[in-house]
Every structure is written in C-alpha cells, then in structure tokens.
Design a protein around this ligand. Structure first.
Ligand code: PEP
Ligand code: MG
Length: 565
C-alpha cells in the first residue's frame, strides 16, 4: 500500500492513465541520413493530421468550427516548411528540426497584431507537442474523453488540465505535487472524486492500465488490491453511500438553527455543467461562480457571446435563485495560456484578478457586458475579486456603469438594479470593511486567500502547509471584522472560501453572524444538517470564547470540544 495526502474523500477503483505534462528536453542533434529523418517526421506529422481529421468527424457546433480552423493550419504547407528545411539543409534530427521549425512559426504568430491570429500560436504549439509525442513514441491522451473508471496519475494537474477533465469517467486522481487548497483539489471535491497528492514518483511507480483502489480520506493507494483489501474498501464505500443517503432527508429544507436563525446555504461552481450538482443537492443559489474556468476551458479568450451564453444558461437553469458571478480571477495559480503574462517572482502578490481587469479594459468590459446581458434571464449579481482598496471598488463600479450605458444606448435589456459585491480576501479589505460596505451590496469572504495573506503562507506550498490554518486567531478576527463591517453598513456577508463548508468552523461562523455559506455542492446537505442541530445563542457564546484565544491549536481544540458535545 502506498500513502499520500488525501485531499478529496471517497473510495475509487479503476485503471491508471498517466498524464505526462513535463517539458520535453530536446537536444541539438545532427544526423547522417536526413532522408530517414524526413520520413520519420512526415510519418509523425501525418499521424497527427489523421487523428485530427478523425476528431473533426465526431464534432459539431463551436467545437467543430474550432477544430476545422486547427486542421486548416495543419494543411498549410508553410507550417512545416521551416522544419523540412532544418532536416534537409541543416541535417537536424527530426525532433530538433520540429523544435526549431515550429518555434519560428509560433513566434511569427505571437508577434501578429491581430489578437485572434496571435492566439493561434497556442494551436501551433499544441500541434508541435503532438508531433513530438509521436516522435518520442508517447501516447497522447485526450483528457476530455476518458474511458469509464479512469484513475488519473500526474506529476501535477494544472488548473486548466482539471477544467478540461472528463469528470464523469474519472474515479480518482493521484498526483506527486499539489495541496489541499489548490484549485485542482477544490474541483475534485466539487465533483466528489477521491484525490490524493504528495505521492512521490507516482508517474514512475505506476504504468498505464495498472488496476488500483484508492481511499481519498486516508490517502491510501492499493496497487492490484487483494480480495480482502477490495472487500474492506467496498464496505467503506457502502458506509459512505449510506451516510449520504441519510442526508437525503435534508434535501429541499430551509437552512436554520434549532432556535430559528435562518442562513443562506449556496454553492460554489465553475461552469454551467456544475449546476446539475447544485440542484441535486438543493443549494439555495450559487454564492460563487468562478468565471475563470470558462476562460481556462477555452483555447482563446472567450467572446462576449460565448460568455453571455454560459452565464445565461446558469441563470436560466437556476430558475430565479440567486447566482453570484465573480469576474475574472486569473493570475496566482490560475494561468491562461493565451494571455501571455510575464512570469512574476510572487504571483499571488502580483498582477491578478481585479488588478489585471482594471488594466485590461477590453477583457473586463467584455465580461461585464456578457454578465449584464445574461442578467435579464435570471437573478444574477456581480462580484469583484481581490479588492484591497476602496479606489479599486469605485473604479470597477465606474466601468460597470459605462457598460450599462453602452447597453442602454444599444437598447439591450439587463437587470437595472443588479447587485454588486466584493470578495473580502485581503486583510486590508477586512480592515476597511466599514467603508467598503457603504459602497457595495454584499461581501463574500474568501478564506482561501484571506488565510494566505494573513499568515503569509502560500496556499499551495506543502512545505509550510501546517502554518496555513483557518484556526489562526488573526484570521478569525478579520472574519469578524468583515461581518461586523457589512452589518454596520446594512449589507449581508457571506463566505465562499473552503472554511464555509468545514464541519468544525460552521458553529463559529453562525456565532459570528455570517449570513450566507457558499461551498462545494457536495457539502451542502451535511452543512444543512450541522446547522439544524445548532443553537444560535450557544454559537455566540462559543464565538466569544474563541475570540479570547491566542493560538490556532487552542481554537481548534475548543471547536472540537463544541462539536463533540
Ligand atoms: C477564496 O480565496 O477563498 C476564494 C473563494 O477564491 P479562490 O479560491 O478562487 O481564490
Ligand atoms: Mg480567492
């Protein structure tokens, strides 16, 4: 049995598919026989073309348009003329010729002024990687179409890999790197897929097709499990299923404490497809739509029309229930390949989220217009991420007003009184919450970032993961400050960080007066059950006691004591 760190609970059985996402090192090499190299290259390239043609046959709609454009690039002889030159005239090996030949074409596209053409450079880089994989005899895996019961193994899954995953066929994820609060782990929990990280050398230990069983709670992996081990895990799986069945009785109920204090219990989602899980678990709305997943799931910057369609779909499917759409929050650990951002020494403290949007009004306005237009079809609100000052909020609201005026002039309908709120995820925002609350309609506390900025511990850094804790009294004081600031300004305060769905933390948040809890859809029913067993007055006393403590350890102990009562 192998052991890692469980980051998403559940038991999974299945066959391994290894994703190789390391950069290939291609050495400069010359050859004696360029004809043979040319043949090797042509064979690999033609194979990639053939596979793409087969893919195109199975597609329809936008996907078909995209892949047809992709195929056209491949059919243009100038795509490979540099590579052929490098083989014939410079006698480079096929691999090295592809590297230099394709890179020169990529560079030409990257330097084009036309945004659409510049974005094609990503397609060419993708074609290059596929040809190289053929030359290296690697299997290329289409992660958006997997066989049933696949267990994904990777060094690290990037957030954009995760956005493309064919979740319904994934029964487990094993990675060498990644932390509990990485976006990949959050997505795994949303889709109720068992996931284990910190499994050293996982990509080397396993082979494609190996049969494994995994326990995402304990972080245990059984390669070719014995009958006894299988039975043990199946029993555990049944037990979990039974617990879930028991939660069914909380479906569709109001969320309130024993003494009648009512709160909103809503869900965090990434794409319109997630709405199904939201409705199944009877969440009362969507407290956070992480809109960046729409951007990550695409090869180019999504157009206003594409975004409008996605937001409208969510608005309509949610049938009048509240949906908070957060504007683009990229940067940090969320990369957009087609948005070529400079590498930064401290990306979490850098050019991300609202900072990037206020600096790229084209991107920001396209999204705001799309949200406004979709707001005509449901109960949408807009939320700005990473607000650190009142000036940023004012600037963002000013741009929103400009978009509204544009739509008015174009006679396009939208919800005139659409609510605008902000994420409280930077300590400075929590500390000026009294002022911010007077200029927006709601807050949502983002503990995932608030913790990292309060205790100065990067959220995905496993070496210092012990220091990253929601129980730190400093974090709790900021949460209290944000809630009090909101209430003083007459607005509601929610929380959409992972802490909102934490069994131990929920009583404390009730005691502090939080109005809305937004979490993974799969935690909704359990949270409703926990809340229905609480007395608000007791939670308030608990909060008072907690606020007197000065260490995370003491806080955790006190919360455990309370939950075991
Ligand atoms: C947060 O920071 O708590 C949050 C909800 O946003 P994200 O996890 O997307 O950064
Ligand atoms: Mg955040």
């Amino acid at each position: 049995m192998l052991k890692g760190k469980g980051v998403s609970t559940g038991i999974g059985f299945g066959k391994i598919v290894i994703l190789k996402n390391e950069e290939k090192i291609i050495e400069k090499k010359t050859v004696e026989n360029p004809e043979a190299e040319m043949q090797k290259f042509k064979q690999a390239f033609n194979q990639v073309v053939k596979e793409t043609e087969e893919m195109v046959e199975k597609l329809s709609g936008t996907e078909l348009d995209i892949m047809q454009a992709y195929l056209m690039i491949m059919q243009d002889p100038s795509l490979i003329s540099e590579t052929e030159n490098a083989i014939t005239n410079l006698k480079y090996s096929a691999e090295y010729a592809v590297e230099v030949g394709f890179n020169s074409v990529i560079q030409i596209f990257e330097n084009m002024d036309d945004e659409y053409m510049a974005a094609r450079s990503r397609d060419i880089a993708d074609i290059k990687n596929r040809v190289l994989s053929k030359l290296f005899n690697e299997e290329t895996i289409n992660i958006s179409k997997l066989e049933e019961n696949t267990i994904i193994v990777a060094k690290e899954l990037t957030t954009s890999d995760t956005a493309k995953l064919d979740f319904k066929n994934v029964s487990g994820i094993i990675t060498e790197l990644g932390g509990t609060n990485s976006h990949t782990s959050i997505m795994a929990r949303t889709h109720a897929i068992p996931a284990i990280t910190k499994v050293e050398e996982a990509t080397k230990i396993f082979r494609n097709g190996d049969y494994v069983a995994i326990d995402g709670s304990l972080g245990e992996i059984y390669l070719n499990p014995s009958e006894e081990e299988k039975q043990k895990l199946l029993k555990l799986k049944e037990k979990m299923q039974k617990e879930n069945q028991e939660l069914e009785k909380f479906k569709g109920l109001e969320t309130k404490t024993k003494d009648g204090y009512k709160v909103e219990l809503v869900a965090n989602i990434g794409t319109p497809a997630d709405v199904e899980i939201v409705l199944k678990n009877t969440a009362e709305g969507v407290g956070l739509l992480r809109s960046e997943f729409l951007y990550m799931d695409s090869e180019n910057m999504p157009t206003e029309e594409e975004q409008y369609n996605a937001y409208k779909e969510v608005a309509e499917k949610m049938q009048g229930k509240s949906v908070i759409i957060r504007t683009l929050d990229v940067g940090g650990d969320k990369e957009l390949k087609y948005l070529k951002l400079e590498k930064e020494a401290n990306p979490f403290l850098g050019y991300r989220a609202i900072r990037l949007c206020l600096d790229n009004l084209n991107i920001f306005k396209t999204q705001l217009r799309a949200i406004l237009r979709a707001s005509h079809y449901g109960n949408l609100s807009i939320m700005f991420p990473m607000i650190s000052s009142i000036e940023e909020l004012r600037e963002a609201k000013k741009i929103l007003e400009e978009c509204k005026t544009e739509l008015d002039n174009e006679n396009i309908p939208y919800k005139k009184d659409i609510k605008t709120g902000i994420m409280i995820e930077i300590p400075s925002a929590a500390l000026i919450s009294y002022g911010l609350a007077r200029e927006c309609d709601f807050f949502s506390i983002g503990t995932n970032d608030l913790i990292q900025y309060t205790v100065a511990v990067e959220r995905g850094n496993e070496k210092i993961a012990k220091l990253y804790t929601k129980f730190h009294p400093g974090v709790i004081k900021l949460v209290k400050e944000a809630i009090n600031g909101a209430h003083d300004g007459g607005i509601f305060c929610g929380m959409c960080g992972e802490a909102a769905g934490d069994d131990l933390y929920i009583p404390l948040l009730i005691g502090l007066g939080l109005d809305e809890f937004s979490m993974n859809s799969n935690s909704i029913l359990k949270a409703r059950k926990i809340i229905s067993n609480l007395e608000k007055s007791e939670c308030e006393k608990l909060a008072e006691r907690i606020l007197m403590l000065s260490s995370a350890e003491e806080v955790e102990k006190e919360l455990k004591k309370f939950s075991q009562k």
